[in-house]
Design a protein around this ligand. Structure first.
Ligand SMILES: *[C@@H]1O[C@H](CO)[C@@H](O)[C@H](O)[C@H]1NC(C)=O
Ligand SMILES: *[C@@H]1O[C@H](CO)[C@@H](O)[C@H](O)[C@H]1NC(C)=O
Ligand SMILES: *[C@@H]1O[C@H](CO)[C@@H](O)[C@H](O)[C@H]1NC(C)=O
Ligand SMILES: *[C@@H]1O[C@H](CO)[C@@H](O)[C@H](O)[C@H]1NC(C)=O
Ligand SMILES: *[C@@H]1O[C@H](CO)[C@@H](O)[C@H](O)[C@H]1NC(C)=O
Length: 948
């Protein structure tokens, strides 16, 4: 008996249990103990069997899983009463393997199973039905495939089911309808097909349904109207057809309904007007006809309404006129009609409105200038008349103004130049007149300026050359006269220039060769004269038109002209070259054959040959470099300029862009949470309720290419990684205006900020700091040694380590990481943050894992010192070996009390390791694997230290 009692104690039972045991006496104690030991042993064996089926790395992550008491294993929680396993939470540890060897029937008491963000593959075993007490099941973000087992319906106590972001296929089993308690149903981002089972209407308690990004077809079951507690319904990005069932009007609590990107048709049922709690209704990209429900904003809560790209007719819904909550309205690409002159009241929250490509008429109301939140105003391709009202200059946040293809008249009002955030101004194809004012240069953000096909007159202002970000400039088909200003040559990033169909004369300025990024140029139908030597440096050019001018002389020797057709050259004064339809250029005078020249030839030939060989070598190298950089540039600019959205992963797919833009109100500063080397970071709450960090790329005037490159490498590195100490990447978007990453949001922000703030630094005590150092070591060890090919971070610094609410560190900012391909050169341009970079980078530029080891050393000291150890490292170049941990102990952060036993042992052990990380010779530095192991062992040395 005594034996059993001591065994119970050694199992670390809760005091409650011990008391109970003592109270009820020996007999009860013995039987309870027998039962518990037996059941926990069975559970332990079941878990160990599963562990054994996983790959070696996963088994290493579960190293604490041994013995027969699972209750203190990593990721396992036990029920206080019965002491049996109740909850399994193993996320983001890189588990690789299947669920087939998981004997669910031996773990019947589990209420929570969460193995999300791992690499589990294979199908979901039907035996999962044995988990009959399960309340929460999260298998999301793995690589699971096959169909969802019918037996899922047996989990009748389930409240939350999440299978999202896997590769599940086939149809949704109708048995899901048996999950009568279910509150949230997330199976988005899979390959599910077939129709939505009508039994979905049996899950009467459902509050949210996310089925987006699948291949679901058929119609929306009418039974969905039974779900009276539903607040969130997202069916976007599927192939659903048929019309919306009127029963959707019964979803009285609905706040968000998303049908974007399906094949839905017919009229939108009037019953939808009953949804007075609606905040977001997305109907865009379907085949709807008829009128938009007129009372769509009846409840007065609507913020987002998108109905674009359908076949709606009739007027704008009347209730939108005074929909003061409205933030974003998209009705473009329909057949809507009506006079929109003063249709809208001033809507103070509206930040985005797109009415383009409809049949609206009337004038552009001066009222628009009073929309203080407006960032995008798009009413192109309608039948607007009248002038651009000067009052529009009051809409001070305006970034995008699209009024092209209307019948606007009058001048560009001076007030428009107050809109200094404007980057996209498209007013082409109207009847506008007057000059292009020189104040255009106050619009420093302009990337797109298109004023073609109007009646503008006068000179082209030189000041256009002061718009450093300009990518597209279209002044064609106006009545501009005079010469092309040479200042345009400073538009380094311009990719398209259209000056055609004007009255321009004079020569093509030689400075235009400065437009190194130019891909398209159209100078046709002017009165330009002289030669084409300005084109010689336009290495990116892919298409041009210089027809109908007075140009003469030989064609430039660049690729675009070698492939030219006569159409783009015709009707000039005297162009010559090897193009069909063009005179060949007169060759240099014929060679003379006299004795003298032959003599000179004999003397000069060897030298000439040598020079020629050298020259062709130099040319070869130059050509190679040029081709390479051109390719890079092509890729970057096409990335940059593509109107489409790039492939994205996880929630929302191509709608991510919209969601992010909506959530951040076009990257409004009020959502800004930080600015890093490569981008600004915003906090955004998606329509799904998820909070994410959005990192928007800086548009540095001369850094577009560099940044995009960095961006792509960040994406690739991050999507491959799932680790508890590495920031999770959710997705990526590239759009003509913005490119950004969507990452997990971490509450506490970056280490640099935390260490700077006294209050936070004090809360960040020694044991938390020690753990953060270990976390970072684990993350780097994983990247260097468990990823294939290995990933070098190259910019480890306190700005790139984020903490979550539990002070667990997550390494972020892989913008400069590059896969270490064993076959490729590691030589590359310098990256990294000053003060963290390994000394060898200063002279060799050789980047390898050991650079990270050095930066890790600096960072670990910073964490312990509470500030960057500046002088220690700079004076230590060459003398790191002379550093000793005793001197370093004097520098520990004074805001904290001195570390005492047992934590001091770990602090000392970090200092000892850090010294070796800072050794000047990269080869003498330890690997991160060694560092991580040493740090993990320092814990066990505590026990030795405290014992003695
Ligand atoms: C996993 O570990 C076992 C035993 O340590 C070894 O035999 C096997 O080769 C390892 N497998 C891999 C893929 O490393
Ligand atoms: C399971 O454990 C996790 C983490 O400790 C906790 O957040 C969750 O609420 C638990 N679930 C259940 C059903 O007890
Ligand atoms: C809906 O929610 C209410 C309030 O939260 C709750 O009382 C009710 O049981 C839920 N289920 C149904 C089917 O109404
Ligand atoms: C524009 O509106 C005018 C009258 O307001 C009408 O005569 C004309 O046909 C309309 N044009 C187009 C293209 O709809
Ligand atoms: C020129 O034409 C050739 C053959 O038609 C084609 O392969 C090449 O891509 C073209 N080059 C450019 C710059 O258009």
């Amino acid at each position: 008996m005594l034996f059993i009692f001591s065994m119970l104690l050694s199992m670390k039972l809760k005091p409650f249990w011990v008391l109970l045991v003592m109270h009820f006496g020996a007999f009860a104690m013995a039987s309870a103990a027998n039962h518990d030991v037996a059941s926990s042993e069975i559970e332990a064996n079941a878990l160990l069997k599963w562990k054994a089926s996983l790959d070696n790395h996963s088994q290493a992550s579960l190293s604490s899983w041994s013995g027969n008491n699972p209750c203190n294993w990593f990721g396992i929680a036990c029920d206080d009463g019965s002491n049996s396993v109740s909850n399994i939470t193993i996320t983001r540890v890189g588990l690789k393997g299947t669920l087939q060897s998981f004997n669910f029937s031996l773990l019947p008491n589990i209420v929570g199973l969460n193995v999300s963000y791992n690499f589990l593959y294979g199908s979901i075993p039907p035996q999962i039905e044995a988990l009959s007490n399960l309340k929460s099941l999260d298998l999301s973000s793995n690589k699971l495939s096959g169909r969802i087992p019918n037996t899922i319906g047996q989990l009748s106590k389930l409240l939350h089911l999440n299978f999202s972001s896997n590769g599940l296929s086939d149809s949704i089993p109708s048995e899901v309808g048996n999950l009568h308690s279910l509150l949230t149903f997330d199976i988005y981002d899979n390959n599910l097909s077939g129709s939505i089972p009508p039994s979905i209407g049996d899950m009467l308690n459902l509050q949210s349904i996310h089925l987006f990004n699948n291949k679901l077809s058929g119609s929306i079951p009418s039974s969905i109207g039974n779900l009276s507690n539903l607040t969130m319904l997202s069916l976007s990005s599927n192939k659903l057809n048929g019309s919306i069932p009127p029963s959707v009007g019964n979803l009285q609590k609905a706040k968000v309904i998303c049908f974007i990107g399906n094949e839905l048709s017919g009229e939108v049922p009037k019953e939808m007007e009953k949804l007075i709690d609606l905040e977001c209704l997305q109907l865009a990209d379907n085949h709807f006809v008829g009128q938009i429900p007129q009372n769509v904003c009846l409840g007065g809560k609507l913020e987002y309404f998108t109905a674009g790209n359908n076949s709606f007719t009739g007027p704008i819904p009347e209730s939108l006129r005074k929909c003061y909550t409205l933030k974003r309205l998209r009705l473009q690409q329909n057949f809507l009609t009506g006079d929109i002159t003063n249709f809208f009241d001033v809507l103070p929250n509206l930040n985005y409105i797109d009415l383009s490509d409809n049949n609206f008429h009337g004038q552009l109301s001066p009222q628009w200038g009073r929309f203080r939140s407006l960032t995008s105003l798009m009413i192109s391709e309608n039948n607007l008349t009248g002038v651009i009202p000067p009052e529009l200059g009051g809409a001070s946040k305006l970034q995008i103004l699209h009024l092209f293809s209307n019948h606007l008249t009058g001048n560009i009002p001076q007030e428009l130049f107050h809109l200094t955030s404007l980057f996209d101004l498209l007013i082409n194809n109207n009847n506008l007149s007057g000059n292009l004012p020189i104040q255009i240069s106050s619009l420093q953000q302009l990337k797109y300026l298109e004023i073609g096909s109007n009646d503008f007159t006068g000179l082209i202002p030189n000041q256009l050359g002061d718009l450093p970000s300009l990518l597209i400039l279209n002044l064609g088909r106006n009545k501009f006269e005079g010469s092309i200003p040479s200042e345009l040559g400073s538009l380094e990033y311009l990719s398209s220039l259209d000056l055609s169909g004007n009255l321009l004369s004079g020569t093509i300025p030689s400075t235009l060769g400065g437009m190194k990024g130019l891909e398209k140029i159209n100078l046709s139908h002017n009165d330009l004269s002289g030669g084409l030597s300005s084109f010689d440096d336009m290495v990116s050019l892919t298409s041009f038109d210089i027809s109908y001018n007075q140009l003469e002389g030989p064609l430039p020797d660049i690729q675009a002209f070698q492939n030219a057709t006569i159409e783009s050259l015709r009707n000039n004064k005297g162009l010559c070259g090897k193009i069909n339809g063009l005179e060949p250029c007169p060759t240099l005078r014929g060679k003379s054959h006299n004795h003298m020249t032959r003599k000179i030839l004999v003397a000069v030939l060897p030298l000439t040959l040598a020079i020629l060989m050298l020259a062709s070598f130099v040319f070869g190298v130059w050509y190679y470099l040029r081709q390479t950089s051109k390719k890079e540039q092509d890729r970057s600019t096409s990335l940059l300029r593509s109107q489409g959205i790039f492939p994205t992963w996880n929630f929302g797919g191509k709608f991510m862009f919209e969601n992010i833009v909506e959530a951040t109100e076009y990257f409004d500063d009020k959502y800004l949470i930080g600015v890093g080397g490569q981008g600004s970071v915003y906090k955004a709450m998606l329509p799904t309720g998820e909070v994410v960090a959005v990192k928007k790329l800086h548009s540095v005037p001369n850094g577009e290419m560099l940044n995009l490159k960095a961006f792509e490498s960040e994406i690739h590195a991050l999507t491959e990684i799932r680790h508890r100490n590495i920031v999770k990447l959710h997705g990526f978007c590239s759009h003509s205006q913005y490119s950004f990453l969507v990452c997990e949001f971490l509450e506490k922000g970056d280490l640099k900020k935390i260490l700077k703030d006294d209050e936070q630094a004090i809360a960040f005590d020694w044991s938390k700091r020690v753990n953060v150092v270990k976390d970072v070591a684990n993350a780097l060890c994983y990247m260097h040694h468990d990823c294939s090919p290995p990933i070098i971070h190259r910019d480890v610094s306190s700005k790139n380590v984020l903490l979550d609410s539990d002070h667990v560190a997550h390494v972020s900012d892989f913008g400069t990481a590059k896969f270490l391909n064993p076959n490729s050169s590691n030589w590359t341009s310098f990256v990294g943050t000053f003060g963290y970079a390994a000394p060898e980078l200063a002279y060799t530029m050789e980047v390898n894992e050991k650079c990270d080891v050095y930066s890790f050393g600096v960072l670990a000291l910073e964490i312990l010192f509470g500030k960057h150890p500046g002088d220690v490292t700079s004076s230590s170049i060459g003398v790191a070996s002379k550093l000793d941990h005793v001197t370093l102990m004097d520098r520990l952060d004074e805001r904290l009390p001195c570390p005492t036993s047992p934590i001091v042992v770990e602090v000392v052990s970090i200092l000892k390791i850090v010294i070796s990380c800072l050794i000047e010779s990269p080869r003498s530095r330890p690997t991160m694997e060694y560092v991580a192991k040493e740090l993990a062992m320092s814990k066990s040395s505590i026990f030795n230290a405290t014992k003695t």
